[in-house]
Structures are given as structure tokens and as C-alpha cells.
Design a protein around this ligand. Structure first.
Ligand code: GLN
Length: 447
């Protein structure tokens, strides 16, 4: 703990942590030491973990990196975090992210961007940017983030670490601030696949506080990391031909596929006809869900309240106008529009149908093949400010990560080398729903 506290202080310019729980973490470390001596320590004893600022931890501030939650403290601890603590993990602090997890660069945070440790003029990715940097720069051993459309996988790729999003519903969402509830999933940012497996094993499983969580039993993922000798791998032809794909990332992906072929696996190109539709349907559905989820921030129940309101209506309006940043406001407007009576069928219903098609096709491919392999991102980490003004470019950067989110299947990003400038490249692997033990074992074999 002292080692990490020291690193956090030395690297404060990275803006990875919004708050560090110094005294508490030191006290937790002492308590774990005592348990170790008594032989009663849990599975995660000594694991120093940071939490993205979207996870509820009793009596600790929870802000989703937003002004609108100024001063709010959580009244309870979410299920996943409680299970980490029960397994003797040490919680070291609260990490910077995009406001309400909306973004791909950490630039929408009310607290300013986190910075990529490889080049502090570049973004760490997002929305779990601070969580990725914290692991990259050795400010903690592992981070817990959330992934709605790529928010653990994309920053992991930009920072050269492992980012893992389990199957939708594998981990309880109780205590995770809602962005788009039918997509949101807690995920991990780690140095190794082994740590991702161990954390999943601890956090996953049934929970009375989340009616959507899967009732399936939880395998001992960390003990099942022996890969199958021969597997069938598909790669999506159109992804590799995508015009926005950086040639160095394309080459790294092709190299990885060649290595797999050389190891005796079946590697085949597959067609996925909906690539052009995944980003539009993702942004229609997630903004619709967000506009509904974020209606609870009204200046009455949580956090910030506009000081100059004169009646209830102006309290709502002023609080929301002052409390939400521009990206969150844009998404609430867009979501409210696609849910409005005149446009509901044209946009929302249609996007739900498209989601169904994408899910069915993805599931079909994942029955024909054990894994789909594709790049995590079309580019490496871009410069802070480079895409900030171009909303569409920022949304299109999610092209390779949102397929797994629309389909609800698990996906992992593992490091796959660097570009000529030394910036990390991520390789993404998808498997069928609830096949995490196979996915993790295979991912471990390619790292
Ligand atoms: N970049 C995507 C978005 O802004 C993903 C965010 C996320 O997964 N939370 O919606």
C-alpha cells in the first residue's frame, strides 16, 4: 500500500485518482496482515484495487466524475465491491473517468482528463481512463471499471494492459451508477489475464439486489486457465478492411492471426453484414436509456443543487443545466428525442430490431467459431483535444467494441505490441455468452 501511495503521489500529473483513501487503505493492509498471520486471509489478500468513480462504496464520495453529484456520498456498498472487500482486497481510491461513463477519452470528466503514462499529451482512452492509467503506471495492482460500449477494453488497449468485460448480467449491477442499463457491465483492468479471472470469480454470481443478474453458478475461473489445444477462430473481413483502421493495428492483428494459424488453430474470415449499423444503433439505444436513467438528478435527491432557483421548475432546469457537462446534455437531448412520441418507432423501435439482428448474427458466428478476433480500436491513443470537438469521430472510435455490448457477449482486450511511436495496440477476443473460462484461457495463451 505504501508503495502504491508513493507512486500515486509521484505521478499525480496523470490525474488518475480523484481521491485516495490513504488512512483506510493502510488500516485495511494491517487487518489483512493479521489475517495472513492467522491463516484466515481471503482470495484477494494483498490485492490493492482502485474503483472507477461509478461504483458505490458506503460513506465514500460517488460522483461519476460529474459536477451534478458534488458532495454526494454513497449510502451503501455495491455487491461487486462488497465481494472484493470480503475477499480481503484493499481499496486504495476512487478513479477519474468520463462523466457518467459517457466518452472514449476521459475528456468529458468534470475533473479534467486523465493522461496516458506513455505520453501525457495523449488520452488514456475512456470512459475508464483513470482506472487504466492507474494500472499502467503502477498506481494500484488492478482497477474495477464499467463497460457499456467498450469502456474497459478501449482504455486497456490505449494503455497496454488487459481489459475484460464479462457477459452481460454475469456480475451484479447493484451499486453501479446506471448509464444504459441493458448494456452496463462491471469489468476489470489488470496487468494479467490471471488477475482478471480471479477478480471475476470473486465478483460474479447471483445477487438478490439485481433482478437481471444471471443465476448461473460461477466456475473457478482462475483454476481453468489451461487453453484447449485447437480452437476455431473467426475474424470479420469488413473490420480488417475498414477504411478508418490504422495500418499498424491492421498489421498487428494479422500477425496475431498468423501466429494462431501457425499454432494449428483454424483461422477463417467471416462476414458480418451489420458493421455500418452497430455505432448508430448503439448510440440510439444508449442515449435513450441514459435520458431515462439520468432523470433522477434533479437537484432534490442527490448532490448539487442550483443556488439561484426560484421555484421547482427552475430548480430542475438550473440544476441540470449547471450540473451536467456538454456531452451528457447532448446525450440526454438525443435520448429524449428518440423516445419522443413522434420518433419512437422510427428510431428507438428500429434500433431495437437492429440490435436483435446484430445479436443473432453474433451468436450464430460464436456457435460456428469458438472465438472472434478483431482489433480493439481503429487507432492508437490520440492527442488530448484531437477529437474533442468532433463528436461523430469520437463515437466512430467505438466501432469495434460495441458489437459485444449490443450482443451482451464477453470480450477481452489484450496487449498486442506497439506502433512505431511506441503506443500500445490491443487485440480483442469475443466468445459466446457465459463462456468466460474458455475466453480467459485462450486470452492467456495469446499474451
Ligand atoms: N465510448 C462509449 C460511449 O461513450 C463507451 C462508453 C462506455 O462503455 N461506458 O458510450
Amino acid at each position: 500500500v505504501e508503495y502504491y501511495l508513493n507512486n500515486i503521489q509521484k505521478q499525480s500529473h496523470l490525474n488518475a485518482f480523484l481521491e485516495v483513501f490513504t488512512e483506510e487503505a493502510l488500516a485495511q493492509a494491517d487487518a489483512v496482515d493479521a489475517k495472513l498471520a492467522a491463516g484466515t486471509a481471503g482470495k484477494l489478500a494483498g490485492m490493492v484495487i482502485g474503483l472507477k468513480d461509478v461504483l458505490a462504496y458506503k460513506d465514500h464520495s460517488l460522483q461519476s466524475s460529474s459536477h451534478i453529484l458534488d458532495g454526494f456520498k454513497s449510502l451503501y456498498t455495491g455487491t461487486a465491491v462488497q465481494r472484493l472487500i470480503d475477499a480481503d482486497a484493499i481499496i486504495i481510491g476512487r478513479q477519474n473517468c468520463d462523466e457518467f461513463a459517457m466518452g472514449a477519452s476521459n475528456e468529458t470528466s468534470y475533473f479534467g482528463p486523465a493522461r496516458n503514462a506513455i505520453d501525457p499529451d495523449r488520452v488514456p482512452g475512456g470512459s475508464s481512463g483513470g482506472s487504466a492509467v492507474a494500472v499502467q503506471a503502477d498506481l494500484c495492482l488492478a482497477s474495477i471499471g464499467s463497460d457499456t460500449g467498450g469502456s474497459v477494453r478501449q482504455p486497456a488497449a490505449f494503455c497496454g494492459i488487459v481489459g475484460f468485460k464479462p457477459t452481460y448480467s454475469r456480475i451484479s449491477r447493484y451499486g453501479l451508477v446506471a448509464y444504459a442499463s441493458s448494456f452496463d457491465q462491471i469489468g476489470t483492468l489488470t496487468n494479467s489475464v490471471d488477475d482478471a479471472a480471479l477478480l471475476l470469480e470473486v465478483m460474479a454470481g447471483p445477487d438478490n439486489f439485481d433482478s437481471t443478474v444471471s443465476q448461473q453458478s460461477v466456475p473457478a475461473y482462475s483454476e481453468l486457465l489451461e487453453p484447449a489445444p485447437h480452437v476455431r477462430i473467426g475474424y470479420i473481413r469488413d473490420c480488417m478492411e475498414s477504411p478508418g483502421l490504422n495500418p499498424e493495428i491492421k498489421a498487428a492483428t494479422e500477425t496475431a492471426l498468423d501466429v494462431l494459424r501457425g499454432q494449428g488453430h483454424v483461422v477463417e474470415a467471416v462476414d458480418f453484414p451489420y458493421l455500418d449499423y452497430i455505432v448508430p444503433s448503439y448510440y440510439i439505444l444508449t442515449t435513450a436509456e441514459a435520458s431515462s436513467n439520468l432523470s433522477r438528478y434533479d437537484g432534490v435527491k442527490f448532490g448539487y443543487r442550483a443556488p439561484d432557483a426560484t421555484d421547482l421548475e427552475s430548480l430542475y432546469k438550473k440544476t441540470r443545466a449547471q450540473g451536467f457537462g456538454p456531452e451528457v446534455q447532448r446525450r440526454i437531448l438525443l435520448g429524449t428525442f428518440v423516445l419522443s412520441a413522434d420518433y419512437y418507432d422510427a428510431y428507438y423501435t428500429k434500433a431495437q430490431r437492429v440490435r436483435r439482428l446484430i445479436k443473432e448474427k453474433t451468436d450464430e458466428l460464436l456457435r460456428q467459431y469458438d472465438f472472434l478476433v478483431l482489433p480493439t480500436t481503429p487507432t492508437t491513443a490520440f492527442r488530448i483535444g484531437e477529437n474533442e470537438k468532433d463528436t461523430l469521430a469520437m463515437y466512430l472510435a467505438d466501432i469495434f467494441t460495441v458489437q459485444a455490448s449490443l450482443a451482451g457477449v464477453p470480450a477481452i482486450s489484450v496487449p498486442a505490441g506497439h506502433d512505431a511511436a511506441g503506443l500500445p495496440i490491443g487485440l480483442q477476443i469475443l466468445s459466446g455468452a457465459f463462456r468466460e473460462e474458455h475466453l480467459l484461457a485462450f486470452a492467456k495463451s495469446v499474451t
